[in-house]
Design a protein around this ligand. Structure first.
Ligand SMILES: Cc1cc2nc3c(=O)[nH]c(=O)nc-3n(C[C@H](O)[C@H](O)[C@H](O)COP(=O)(O)OP(=O)(O)OC[C@H]3O[C@@H](n4cnc5c(N)ncnc54)[C@H](O)[C@@H]3O)c2cc1C
Length: 338
């Protein structure tokens, strides 16, 4: 039986493990990870479908991966199992011109706002667009996916911090690397860096539409989830601080309540900081290999998703499964011989 080790238990690790088990039910798969839900990067994110902060990733790949993920969220939204998916409509506005997104044909009713629509937020606004999208909360869907991995025979080793990918390869025939920011040290890949994001969760059930202000001077987003509304945020490159910064809290509150003053009466439920796993050249999803005790072990990298990991994870997971299938066939023969 071919032994597959997936490093990382975030949306990309668990998603990749599941996609591999669907395609290769006969493999012996183990997830090795330091953290699992509810302590991964995706767990605190609003999970808004809308590829963001993934510079350098080819637009065709963003479209392919985000489309697959859109289909999954759409399926979950229509299913009878609560997966933490909400359908939200809203607007993104900016004091500078906003580019037309390459993925604009995917969400619902994407269109550019006209002058009257974006200036209703203030005369200083110069552009905007609106579309319908999903928010998918990883803290709600990751536990379900993890149970599915276990039900398909996958094993999970949590609380284990690896010092190199070779450690994962010692007992593996193939390694899938979904270590997010950890890839900086594990690969090692110096192009991987954090983009710090601080958010606030408030109880404001009257907010059902989203609003994103992408202007540098008044950056803010208001994203409804199932039980809370996420107010953001920050995007601070190369900032490793995981503590809540009161100055950031103040700016988030000021910018969000300037747009929607009724938020001032919302109860603050939680504040949270996460580090987006960014990479200078965008997502790295490709085959590689490493030498371990004079064995060549095939590797599939899947990291560097920046601020889009939830929007892309299911499409990336499918591609990981395809590459894994091909590598196993190449190195160990057809599945019938496994
Ligand atoms: C504030 C904020 C808001 C966001 N909002 C959105 C949004 O609205 N929409 C969206 O699409 N995306 C959003 N994102 C981005 C998204 O959350 C990430 O891109 C995504 O969660 C990355 O998932 P991942 O599985 O690649 O990495 P991670 O979730 O970081 O998982 C990496 C895993 O690898 C493990 N690991 C790392 N190093 C080691 C090691 N040495 N040994 C063992 N295990 C290791 C970790 O324990 C972890 O389990 C947001 C992020 C932040 C911070």
């Amino acid at each position: 039986m071919v032994r597959v080790v997936v490093v990382g238990g975030g949306v990309n690790g668990v998603g990749s493990a599941l996609a591999i088990l669907h395609r290769l039910p006969e493999c012996d798969l183990t997830i090795i990870t330091q953290d699992l839900t509810p302590n991964t990067t995706g767990d605190g994110a609003a999970g808004f479908w809308g590829p963001y902060l993934s510079f350098g990733t080819p637009p065709a790949k963003i479209i392919q991966w985000s489309q697959e993920t859109w289909k999954l969220f759409s399926k979950w939204y229509k299913s009878d199992q609560p997966m933490g998916v909400s359908l939200v409509y809203g607007e993104s506005i900016c004091r500078d011109p906003l580019p037309l997104e390459p993925w604009r044909h995917l969400p619902l009713a994407y269109r550019q706002l006209n002058y009257h629509e974006y200036t209703k937020h203030g005369p200083e606004y110069r552009s905007g667009y609106s579309f319908g999208s999903f928010t998918a909360e990883a803290s709600k869907f990751l536990p379900v996916l993890l149970e599915e991995v276990k039900a398909l025979g996958g094993q999970v080793e949590v609380g284990r911090r690896l010092n190199s990918l070779k450690e994962a390869a010692v007992n593996a025939d193939l390694v899938v690397n979904c270590s997010g920011l950890g890839a900086r040290h594990l690969v090692p890949d110096p192009d991987v860096y954090p983009c710090r994001g601080q958010v606030m969760r408030v109880r404001a059930p009257w907010i059902t539409n989203y609003l994103c202000d992408e202007s540098e001077e008044s950056f803010a987003y208001i994203l409804p989830n199932t039980d809370t509304v996420v107010l953001g945020g920050t995007h601070q490159d190369n900032d490793w601080r995981l503590e809540v910064d009161p100055h950031d809290s103040e700016a988030i509150w000021r910018n969000c309540t300037a747009h929607i003053p009724s938020l001032k009466s919302a109860e603050v439920v939680k504040e949270w900081v996460g580090l987006r796993p960014c990479r200078k050249n965008g997502v790295r999803l490709e085959a590689d290999e490493l030498l371990c005790n004079s064995r060549t072990v095939p590797v599939v990298h899947n990291y560097g998703h920046g601020g889009s990991g939830i929007s892309l994870f299911w499409g990336c997971s499918q591609e990981v499964a395809t590459i894994t299938q091909q590598l196993i066939h190449k190195h160990y023969g057809p599945p019938s011989k496994l």
